[in-house]
Design a protein around this ligand. Structure first.
Ligand SMILES: *[C@@H]1O[C@H](CO)[C@@H](O)[C@H](O)[C@H]1NC(C)=O
Ligand SMILES: *[C@@H]1O[C@H](CO)[C@@H](O)[C@H](O)[C@H]1NC(C)=O
Ligand SMILES: *[C@@H]1O[C@H](CO)[C@@H](O)[C@H](O)[C@H]1NC(C)=O
Ligand SMILES: *[C@@H]1O[C@H](CO)[C@@H](O)[C@H](O)[C@H]1NC(C)=O
Ligand SMILES: *[C@@H]1O[C@H](CO)[C@@H](O)[C@H](O)[C@H]1NC(C)=O
Ligand SMILES: *[C@@H]1O[C@H](CO)[C@@H](O)[C@H](O)[C@H]1NC(C)=O
Length: 493
């Protein structure tokens, strides 16, 4: 599939000196348990299967992660969501539903480990899970110990039936801290993913007890349809997070809280909907691009057995995954957002510019067109490098006086035929392509250092000092570009 973005590059004049750093960090914050320095990647059964889970589904999905090359792109966690247990036994330990998991979970987890994957489990910080199975509230030690004994590597911890033990950040903090301490006490390395829907502002307190926290009500497979069951437009102070939140609703909620994503502790924008059929190709490209650029966990949420070549091509783009797995572990900043007149059938129309400074000094620019028509979109270097000018006393940023190469991160997208061949015959058919990537062989951090071509897309133009990046962006799509300093042409006058 050809990249839908044509690119012009433009305009020079006047140069200026000086510089500033573009990072926003919380001093002293880091992974509380040393895990998850970059966002977790994997698959979770919930979005596609709900309660219809069993051993066959989990193991065959694990095999498909391997056979499609998704494991070696970094999708490592196979997460069993709600509805796996049958109750507690008389000594107070959870028991697996033996109809769904005839052997119990420990042997399945061991088989999944043998495929080079990790295993995640689900519970709720309430008396029941959301599906009304037994929850872990006030059973934290026993449940954590049992999961650790089974070999669990990851816990997703929901918020249903919490007995009203919420309403202030401190009450929620204590309820989630109990499981954090219980997991730590097992001595096993377990990624702890809080799923409290942004309730009581976890972006303010969860980074010392967890590796990620949900910042919104549940996603649904819609690009931008407003839904009364997801009433908040802002994450901060949202008292009723709800569910049926669209991609654009969740994306816009991130704008104010993005600085609270950091290495080891990420804002979780919820699982991916790519593949579930409710959005078109451009919309899924936008969803995936922005989740990656904002350092959300990347958890596949679809039936991998029926994944289309187009959707595999989206989920397999190493140049986009590399943003998510960048050692900077930061999240993009929204520099501007405008409502536009071309509203779609959902009554929505908006455009926005997002930027993020990467570990190697590149800057990534995302031009989101959520209007109803293709348009030419412009990002001035002054907007892209606003923070470098305004960090401390105003001074013109050195970046404004720099020549930039522009790389289209969707330029190396797998063609339909190649993706079909991967689904039918495995990733080795494209293993010798320079635009494909194996993160199990060479991790993203090293690949970025070595300028591996698969991680940079295709070069489509340049922007001169004080210039403007202009891109043609399709309806409900995104222009996603890496700006790289032109070697040997820095700061010339
Ligand atoms: C396992 O779950 C899948 C997905 O819900 C379903 O299609 C399949 O029939 C189930 N298999 C068994 C043996 O229950
Ligand atoms: C309850 O489950 C735990 C953990 O699997 C087990 O060690 C214990 O023996 C069980 N207790 C009873 C009474 O079955
Ligand atoms: C437990 O917590 C301590 C202190 O935060 C940390 O150093 C240690 O790595 C943790 N251990 C596990 C197994 O998570
Ligand atoms: C971008 O700039 C071009 C050229 O100046 C202009 O035609 C176009 O309307 C601009 N697009 C937007 C969305 O402002
Ligand atoms: C990989 O290399 C082999 C041998 O040179 C060649 O036949 C094949 O077409 C190549 N495949 C790709 C996807 O480049
Ligand atoms: C990726 O590399 C690992 C380690 O070298 C290897 O075991 C695996 O088969 C490779 N995967 C693919 C899809 O080529």
């Amino acid at each position: 599939m050809p990249s839908p973005f044509a690119l012009l590059a433009l305009i020079a004049s006047i140069a200026a000196p000086a510089s500033a750093k573009g990072y926003a960090n919380i001093p002293g914050a880091s992974s509380y348990n040393g895990l998850n320095l970059v966002p977790q990647m994997g698959w979770d059964d919930w979005n596609a299967f709900g309660c219809n889970v069993n051993e066959t589904l989990l193991f065959s999905t694990a095999q498909t992660l391997v056979s499609t090359g998704l494991r070696d792109l970094g999708y490592k966690y196979v997460i069993l969501d709600d509805c796996w247990s049958s109750g507690r036994n008389s000594s107070g330990y959870l028991e697996e539903d033996r109809e769904k998991f005839p052997r119990g979970l420990a042997p399945l987890i061991s088989d999944i480990h043998a495929l080079g994957l990790k295993f995640g489990i689900y519970s709720s910080a309430g008396i029941f899970t959301c599906g009304r199975y037994p929850g872990s509230l006030d059973h934290e030690e026993k449940d954590a110990a049992l999961w650790a004994s089974w070999g669990v590597d990851y816990v997703k911890y929901d918020n249903c039936f919490n007995q009203g033990r919420s309403g202030t950040p401190e009450i929620s903090f204590k309820r989630y801290e109990a499981m954090s301490k219980a997991l730590n006490a097992t001595g096993r390395s377990v990624v702890y993913a809080i799923c409290n829907w942004g309730n009581d502002d976890p972006f303010d307190w969860a980074y010392t007890i967890s590796n990620s926290w949900r910042m919104s009500g549940d996603i649904y497979d819609s690009f931008n349809r407003p839904d009364s069951r997801c009433p908040c437009d802002e994450a901060i102070g949202c008292r009723w997070p709800g569910f049926h939140c669209s991609v654009m609703n969740i994306l816009n909620k991130m704008a104010a809280i993005q600085a609270r994503s950091m290495s080891g502790a990420f804002n979780d924008m919820d699982m991916l909907e790519v593949g579930n059929g409710g959005q078109d190709d451009n919309e899924y490209v936008t969803h995936f691009s922005m989740w990656a650029l904002l350092s959300s966990p990347l958890l596949l949420g679809t039936n991998l057995a029926t994944l289309s070549p187009a959707n595999l091509a989206i989920l397999s783009n190493p140049a986009v995954i590399a943003l998510n797995q960048d050692p900077s572990a930061g999240a993009a900043i929204r520099k501007w957002r405008y409502l536009v007149a071309d509203k779609d059938a959902n009554g929505q129309g908006e455009i926005s510019l997002w930027t993020r400074v990467m570990d190697n000094g590149d800057t990534v620019v995302a031009l989101v067109n959520a209007g109803n028509a293709a348009r030419s979109m412009n990002a001035t270097l002054a907007d892209i490098f606003l923070d470098q000018s305004t960090g401390g006393t105003y001074r013109p940023a050195e970046e404004l006086a720099t020549n930039w190469e522009v790389w289209d991160l969707w330029g190396g997208r797998m063609a339909e035929a190649e993706a079909r061949a991967v689904i039918e015959s495995g990733p080795s058919v494209s293993a010798n392509s320079t635009m494909r990537y194996n993160a199990s062989a060479v991790g993203y951090a090293e690949g970025l250092k070595a300028n591996h071509p698969a991680l940079f897309g295709t070069k489509v133009g340049t922007v001169a000092p004080h210039g403007t990046l202009t891109a043609q962006v399709a309806r409900h799509s995104v222009g996603l570009f890496r700006l790289r300093k032109v070697a040997g042409m820095r700061d010339e006058l």
